[in-house]
Design a protein around this ligand. Structure first.
Ligand SMILES: NC(=O)c1ccc[n+]([C@@H]2O[C@H](COP(=O)([O-])OP(=O)(O)OC[C@H]3O[C@@H](n4cnc5c(N)ncnc54)[C@H](OP(=O)(O)O)[C@@H]3O)[C@@H](O)[C@H]2O)c1
Length: 259
């Protein structure tokens, strides 16, 4: 399987890249600036490619995706994970910050979907259907059917469903990502492309660590099991989801805060 994981230089994206690599998949590792981090991730995956691109720049994304397809012939899984946050109360949030967060978290995912989906729609997987009932040796052999395929997993957030004081731009971008997921799932199901959203829970990655103490305390307060989420466990869930069939248009919450 060929997996493109956006924002996989660190944090959750890195954990997803490793989990995919461990399952023997080919992984396109992507970053915005931290190319040496991305190289370190790619170095630990048997079959990998490294890309640096701003999620807001459709031209860059399109050529990145074309390079993946040129090298490996297909893309089976897209995980839209790249994201940023800017913590400030709404009246203190500048227009520039609002646009930046929406541009990366929401339009960035739209850009990647636009670039990847045409390949997923046209690619065919060969599925071997054994003859039924099994034929004796020398009988008619197995035959193949062709089927279109793909998985798109958008990393949203609990804040996108419930809202969070101090995170207006972020919450709006993540709520938008859920709307994008549901609509894309409806449009793409006829192509056998499964589109789902995952809310990974509060993780102590760079993003989680950088947030205010109040944000961390509030999360623990709402958590029924009083802990933060683990990126490796979230990554396993995301990889498992990418291997399912027939699950689409769903939003999965991976922590113990009640939606
Ligand atoms: N951490 C949490 O508690 C939490 C909770 C819920 C949801 N999430 C979501 O989970 C995802 C991953 O979060 P994380 O905590 O792993 O974040 P992180 O550690 O801060 O990593 C962010 C990743 O996004 C990339 N990125 C940043 N700006 C970009 C841009 N303009 N274009 C392309 N890529 C860009 C970064 O690349 P560089 O390394 O090159 O900068 C990095 O790989 C995000 O979508 C986040 O919103 C996180």
């Amino acid at each position: 399987m060929v997996c493109l994981i956006t924002g996989s230089s660190r944090g959750l994206g890195k954990a997803v890249a490793f989990a995919c690599g461990q399952r023997g998949h080919r992984v396109a590792v992507h970053c915005k600036d931290r190319i040496s981090d991305a190289k370190n991730v790619a170095a630990q995956i048997k079959d990998s490619l490294i890309f640096k691109a701003d999620a807001r720049d459709f031209k860059e994304i399109k050529s990145l995706v074309a390079e993946v397809v040129k090298k490996w012939g297909r893309i089976d899984v897209l995980v839209n994970n790249a994201g940023i946050t800017k913590e400030a109360l709404l009246l203190r949030t500048s227009e520039k910050d609002f646009d930046e967060v929406i541009g990366i978290n929401l339009k960035g995912a739209f850009n990647f979907i636009r670039a990847v989906a045409p390949y997923m729609m046209n690619q065919e997987i060969k599925k071997i259907i054994p003859p039924h009932p099994p034929l004796a040796k020398g009988g008619r052999g197995d035959y193949q059917i062709k089927q279109r395929s793909g998985h798109i997993i958008n990393i949203s957030s609990f804040a996108g469903v419930k809202g969070k004081a101090g995170l207006s731009a972020y919450s709006a971008s993540k709520a938008g990502l859920i709307g994008l997921t549901l609509t894309t799932a409806k449009e793409f199901s006829r192509y056998n492309i499964m589109v789902n959203a995952v809310l990974p829970g509060y993780m102590l990655t760079d993003m989680g660590e950088d947030s205010s103490d109040t944000a961390k305390e509030k999360t623990l307060e709402e958590s029924l099991v009083k802990n933060f989420s683990n990126p490796d466990l979230a990554a396993e869930f995301i990889c498992n989801l990418s291997e399912t069939t027939g699950i689409t248009g769903q939003v999965f919450n991976l922590d113990s805060r009640i939606l």
